[in-house]
Ligand binder design. Structure first.
Ligand code: SAM
Length: 300
């Protein structure tokens, strides 16, 4: 599993850069374009929020738990809809940013959530966090499904019968290669090298194999209501992120300069953030990765 230090590496180091480029309360998971790539990133993120709201019921009086809430994009939407939201993240910088905006966010491990944590809720959402729940070491030790099953048990424990769980996550796609082949020493731009680059960007994280594995682990506590692939939407989302993060600005240059010591001392940091390759975008294009939006309902 990705530990707090791993998530701080991925999300806290880049915290100010992301907020400056994508906005305070930015969403940091795939937007929903539904094939209309003329939409702005914000419009497509709004489509996603509306979709989640429709699927799990976000309306006045409802109480929603967001597992891996990032910079609070969905929690902010939940508040705007008159519902109440509580979120958890393992990135201290994200939690601080959310709290500055008055959101109820805790630095808390989503994999430990229980009724004692935040009480019962009407619905649960988790976007872009499931990717971090199992590590390559967990996978190699045969623990992947056990980890997922425990998470579903815990989520079920905070929901009422027929309560809904919206789960959006990257998964390995149909062209995924074996773990042993993944290496930063593989030829540049090969599948093995691109996946190693992703490993540098998201240390301690290993994905589910297709949505089928997730659905299998969710049973019998949850039944699948719907499942749709958002792979093309993710490619467009990343294209928009790269455009904004790469857009020149003095403040961003100053921020990047502050990361120079890290760049000089960490080969993983250089590979993760300055290799000049958008590893996750290439992985989606090559179908090494896919992306799913799953709506699950707790068994009665
Ligand atoms: C890609 S970001 C997505 C953020 C947000 N859900 C969104 O859509 O903008 C992944 C988030 O999952 C969180 N996360 C990953 N593993 C976690 C864990 N075990 N407990 C709590 N948060 C976790 C990270 O801290 C980060 O906030």
């Amino acid at each position: 599993m990705a530990e707090r230090k791993d998530l701080d590496f991925t999300y806290s180091l880049t915290d100010r850069l992301v907020r400056l480029s994508l906005g305070e309360l930015a969403d940091f998971s795939a937007a929903k374009y539904d094939g209309d790539f003329s939409l702005s990133l914000e419009e497509a993120q709004r489509h996603k929020h509306d979709y989640v709201a429709e699927q799990i019921g976000i309306e006045p009086g409802r109480h929603v738990l967001d597992l891996g809430c990032g910079w609070g994009g969905l929690l902010n939407y939940i508040r705007d809809r008159g519902a109440t939201g509580v979120g958890v993240t393992l990135s201290s910088a994200q939690a601080a940013a959310c709290r500055r905006h008055g959101l109820d966010v805790h630095t808390y491990d989503a994999r430990r959530v229980a009724r004692e944590s935040f009480g019962g809720v009407d619905a649960v959402a988790s976007l872009g966090a499931f990717e971090h729940f199992c590590s390559p070491e967990d996978y190699a030790a045969g623990r992947q499904e056990e980890i997922y099953r425990e998470i579903f048990e815990r989520v079920a424990s905070v929901l009422p019968a027929r309560g809904r769980f919206y789960l959006q996550t990257m998964v390995f796609g149909r062209n995924m290669i074996p773990l042993e082949q993944i290496s930063t020493r593989a030829p540049r731009n090969s599948d093995a090298w691109i996946l190693a680059l992703m490993g540098c960007q998201f240390p301690g994280s290993w994905l589910p194999f297709g949505h089928e594995q997730i659905v299998r682990c969710a049973e019998p506590r949850f039944r699948l209501v719907s499942s749709i692939s958002g792979r093309l939407d993710y490619i467009e989302t990343i294209t928009q992120w790269n455009r904004r993060i790469g857009a020149p600005s003095l403040r961003k240059t100053l921020l990047k300069l502050q990361l120079l010591p890290r760049w000089l001392t960490s080969a993983d940091f250089r590979l993760a953030f300055t290799s000049g390759v958008s590893a996750n975008k290439v992985c989606f294009e090559r179908e090494l990765l896919d992306h799913y939006r799953l709506v699950l309902e707790k068994a009665p």
